[in-house]
Design a protein around this ligand. Structure first.
Ligand SMILES: NC(=O)c1ccc[n+]([C@@H]2O[C@H](COP(=O)([O-])OP(=O)(O)OC[C@H]3O[C@@H](n4cnc5c(N)ncnc54)[C@H](O)[C@@H]3O)[C@@H](O)[C@H]2O)c1
Length: 377
């Protein structure tokens, strides 16, 4: 196999770039950082010094012959224009989520990349982690039978309690659907397959948010309840909110005819893979007196019937970079990238659909589809 180390130019040196700088070129050695840029020059200079790379302007970065892949870690509104600029400069692109603000932009990015023979890839890559690959293997092996349902929930009070510059979460491009749903939808598509139809209601519970030293006008919807129908017939619900102080809803669960999988959190990667085998569960329940069965079925005590599944590949925990490294390997090998154009565009359309449904109060039929990415196990 050809050993080639691809150069990365990083655009956007904010709060999250360290997650990539800590792994790419360090753990994933088929790539290396060449240079970085930011609208705020001092941020690029600080990162350049800390990680021993070059700080430059975005124009210089795009013209740099050592840069093969442009890694875009800017705020969401600039993902589309920067992706287009980078592709036009002849560079492969890997971008943080969301890929774009609407379906048209996502389609344009993919079409431009295809016309130029370039790769585009997108965060999240957490579905490549050991926990999700283990869920995938269980599903592929039929451990829970046919998938009939899912639930996906990220419900909390918003990111302004911890993020150093959180305004963008309430600007166009922000909100819980474009910010948090990519983790859940990408994980679900990689496990269950493409989505066929969706419905959703969305609302804005607060017109303004107190953020640090100022008050921020909210430009996006911040509280969503959606429903998805997958191409394989499975149905599922999704709740994404920045408006709810506390909830006990599970992060991600997958229901099959023969059992249930509780998956890790697709954002933080916390949590074990837990498997309930229906046959075993039924056998155990039937050993109980009849009235105790009812009690057990709906009590947290029934969690004791789940087994913790050993991971099929290791999970390093909450890290980023695997998707970029996989894309670099795909470029060299001439194969499809796992966090590549097809799944990114499909997820982008699904995210846009939540907003379209919220406006029209009508179901949305997905136009795009994709294959489940190749597993890593
Ligand atoms: N913060 C997190 O925990 C987190 C987690 C996962 C993903 N993300 C994603 O990563 C991306 C960046 O998030 P962040 O938290 O680092 O935001 P941030 O605001 O801290 O950093 C973004 C940086 O991009 C720069 N920037 C914006 N537009 C630019 C442009 N046109 N050209 C050059 N630089 C530009 C800003 O100056 C800023 O330094 C977002 O898409 C976000 O959804 C963030």
């Amino acid at each position: 196999m050809e050993e080639r180390v691809l150069g990365i130019g990083l655009i956007g040196c904010g709060n999250f770039c360290g997650a990539y700088l800590r792994t790419l070129g360090v753990k994933y050695k088929n790539v290396r950082f060449v240079c970085c840029s930011d609208l705020v020059t001092e941020r690029a200079e600080k990162i350049a010094q800390e990680y021993n790379i070059r700080a430059c302007t975005t124009e210089e970065l795009l013209a740099d012959p050592e840069v093969d892949i442009v890694l875009i870690l800017t705020t969401p509104g600039s993902h589309y224009p920067l992706s287009i600029r980078a592709l036009n400069a002849g560079k492969h692109v890997y971008c943080e989520k969301p890929m774009a603000l609407n379906v048209e932009q996502a389609n344009e990015i993919v079409a431009l990349a295809e016309s130029k023979g370039l790769y585009v890839g997108n965060a999240p890559d957490t579905f490549l982690d050991g926990g999700f690959q283990t869920c995938r293997k269980l599903i592929d092996e039929g451990a829970i039978g046919d998938i009939i349902g899912v639930t996906a929930n990220f419900v909390g009070p918003g990111h302004e309690l911890w993020h150093p510059h959180p305004d963008f979460y309430y600007e166009v491009g922000g909100g819980p659907i474009l910010d948090m749903a990519p983790y859940f939808i990408t994980a679900l598509v990689s496990l269950v397959g493409p989505i066929e139809q969706m419905c959703c209601y969305g609302m804005k519970s607060f017109e303004e948010r107190p953020i640090q030293d100022h008050t921020r006008k909210v430009e996006v919807l911040t509280n969503y309840a959606g429903i998805m129908k997958f191409r394989n017939g499975a149905i599922g619900n999704i709740n994404m909110s920045f408006d709810i102080w506390k909830s006990m809803q599970p992060r991600l669960e997958i229901y099959g005819t023969e059992g249930v999988i509780f998956a890790p959190d697709p954002n933080t990667l916390e949590g074990d893979v837990l498997l309930l085998r229906a046959e075993h569960y039924k056998e155990e329940l039937l050993k109980l007196p009849r009235f105790s069965i009812v009690k057990m079925l709906y009590s947290p005590e029934s969690l004791k019937y789940f087994e913790k599944v050993d991971l099929v590949i290791p999970s390093p925990g909450n890290e980023r970079g695997k998707g970029v490294s996989d894309m670099a390997e795909a470029i060299v090998q001439g194969r499809k990238a796992r966090a590549g154009a097809d799944i990114s565009r499909h997820v982008s359309e699904a995210l846009a659909a939540f907003n379209i449904c919220s406006e029209t109060c009508a179901p949305y039929v997905m136009q795009s589809t994709c294959e489940k990415p190749e597993p890593l196990y």
